[in-house]
Every structure is written in structure tokens, then in C-alpha cells.
Design a protein around this ligand. Structure first.
Ligand code: ASP
Length: 313
């Protein structure tokens, strides 16, 4: 019998300008609690020998159900006042992937992306046709108003006060962001999942990196699993997630070196801002960012920690 490998799971809840002064204790506590809930959801699966794909989807689903993050329930407002959600999932063992862009009615887009991952005929779907297909597959559907909330509405109004076409990175000035998870399971398989409402006041129809395999999400058993957060346009142009894997596979770089280059050199030097979480095929992990902070955490079979800035929360 082959020896079982130890598991690791990392999560993020967005990177951005997270100001210590503006984040109240109450808010911080609630965010840390929901980040821990997400870690526990994934950990429960991994400690029983479950798959990395199931673990990252469970961790992201928990964050989608929290109003504190810009994904699922807490999704930001687009220019028309509606919410358009995106998510993607990738499995490192098979290189199968599933992704959805501009969904208006799927309660947990990550679970729909997971259904698409199992479907060999399609990787990515978008818009109302995606919603119709999700419903057929039995995904839980909601009205778009389910995603309404006062906090996000205020952010949207602030953006419009600046100008009709001002776009806010959802988590600039303490706002919480996009969510993601990466894991390696006890069979040595890696997986990644990411989910978002995009950017405040984004153009209806805009697609960000979160929905795009290779940009916001990537997983390959030969190298690593990566989930990104930040200004999507830069992450798309720098193909950040697959760049980390390619630097490892073809450049023989370590996970840490490859991730640093992708964030600080590739997207950073273009003017982008954000971060990523990544695990490698040996269970090592890294969580670099070039923004003010990043909500993040990890769990292994011996440790569990949550961070916003440099120190553990
Ligand atoms: N990357 C996401 C997007 O551009 C935003 C984020 O990470 O907060 O849609």
C-alpha cells in the first residue's frame, strides 16, 4: 500500500488596501470567524481522506455563504445595479476544469463550476444560458435580489458619486473580496477553486480572472494549485495562475519563487494589485501579495492559522 501524504489547505478572502484603522474589532472578529469556518469545512473533508476538489469547493462554498466576502451572498453591484457572479474550479490530477461567468441566479457558483468540471463536453459557461443549465443540473437557484445588501450598495453609490464609470476593486478601503481555496489531499492530488462578484460598478458583461482557467485559477499535479485575487484585468493579461505552474514545470523554480515572480514581476510591474495562494505537490504552500493586506489562512494536519496582515489573527 502506498504511503498516505499529509494534507494542506489554504484559503483567501481577497487582497486589497485593508486599512487597520478602518476595520472595526467587531468586523474583524466576524471575518476571522468566517475564514475559520471555511478552513474547517475543507479540513473535515481532507482529514477523512476526501478529495482536494471536494475540500476546496466546500471551503469556497462556506465563504460564498458569508455576507462578508465578495462572492455568493456578499457579491458587489455591477453598473446596472445587478449582481453578476463568477467562479472556477480545477483538478490537478486530470486537468479537468469548470467555470462560470456572469451568472445571475446560481446561489453557489462554485458548486455549478464543480458540476461543469465533471462534464467532459464543456469547461466554461456564461450568462443566462449558464443559469438555465445550472438549474437543469439541480443547482440551488435564487433571485438576483438574494445578493442585495446595504454595505455593497453603499460602496456602489460611492463609486457612482465619483463618476458613472468609476470601478472599485471591491476590497479597496477595507472592503472584503473575492474568495478562493487550494489544497493537496492525502492521495497527493491538488485542486483550486475561486469565486467572486467581480468589481464594484463593473460593466455588465465584463469577465474577470476568477472565471478564467490559467488566470485566476489553475491546478496541475505535476506542480501546484493556485487561486488569485486582485484587479482581474492584470491577472488575465499576466495569466498569473498558470504562470506559477509553468515557472515550476519548465523553469524548475520552487513554489515560493514562482509565486513571487508571478505577483511582483508579472502582474505587479504592469501596475496590478492583488495576491495569490498556492500549494505544491509536496504540501508546501505560499500566500504572497503586493497589496495592503490579504485575508487568508491555512490548515494542515498539525496547524491552523488565519491572517489579514503579517501577524496571525
Ligand atoms: N479578481 C476579481 C475580479 O477582477 C476581483 C477580486 O479579486 O476581488 O473580478
Amino acid at each position: 500500500m502506498s504511503k498516505k501524504q499529509k494534507f494542506s489547505l489554504c484559503i483567501h478572502g481577497g487582497a486589497g488596501v485593508i486599512s487597520k484603522e478602518e476595520l472595526s474589532d467587531k468586523e474583524k472578529k466576524a471575518i476571522v470567524k468566517d475564514l475559520k469556518k471555511s478552513l474547517t469545512a475543507g479540513e473535515k473533508i481532507l482529514e477523512k481522506g476526501g478529495s482536494a476538489v471536494d475540500a476546496v469547493c466546500a471551503a469556497v462554498e462556506a465563504l460564498e455563504n458569508s455576507a462578508y466576502f465578495n462572492a455568493g451572498k456578499g457579491s458587489v453591484y455591477a453598473r446596472s445595479g445587478k449582481h453578476f457572479l463568477e467562479a472556477s474550479v480545477m483538478e490537478g490530477a486530470t486537468l479537468q476544469a469548470g467555470a462560470v461567468a456572469n451568472s445571475e441566479r446560481v446561489k453557489n457558483p462554485v458548486l455549478f463550476a464543480k458540476e461543469l468540471l465533471k462534464n467532459k463536453d464543456v469547461v466554461m459557461m456564461s450568462g443566462t444560458n449558464a443559469d438555465v443549465f445550472a438549474e437543469k443540473l439541480g443547482c440551488e437557484m435564487v433571485e438576483n435580489q438574494y445578493f442585495d445588501n446595504d454595505f455593497r450598495k453603499k460602496q456602489w453609490e460611492q463609486a457612482k458619486e465619483l463618476s458613472e464609470d468609476a470601478i472599485f476593486l471591491d476590497h479597496s478601503n477595507l472592503k472584503m473580496g473575492t474568495v478562493g481555496a487550494v489544497a493537496i489531499d492525502s492521495d497527493g492530488n491538488v485542486a483550486s477553486a475561486t469565486s467572486t462578484g467581480g468589481m464594484t460598478n463593473k460593466l455588465d458583461g465584463r469577465v474577470g480572472d476568477t472565471a478564467i482557467i490559467g488566470c485566476g485559477t489553475y491546478a496541475n499535479n505535476k506542480t501546484c494549485a493556485v487561486s488569485c485575487t486582485g484587479i482581474g484585468e492584470f491577472f488575465i493579461r499576466a495569466t498569473v495562475a498558470s504562470t506559477v505552474s509553468n515557472l515550476m514545470e519548465y523553469g524548475q523554480l520552487s513554489l515560493e519563487e514562482a509565486s513571487k515572480i508571478a505577483i511582483h514581476e508579472h502582474q505587479g510591474k504592469m501596475g496590478g494589485e492583488g495576491g495569490l495562494i498556492a500549494v505544491d505537490k509536496n504540501g508546501g504552500f505560499t500566500m504572497p501579495y503586493n497589496s495592503g493586506g490579504m485575508y487568508r489562512g491555512f490548515v494542515t494536519d498539525s496547524d491552523k492559522k488565519v491572517f489579514i496582515w503579517d501577524d496571525e489573527e
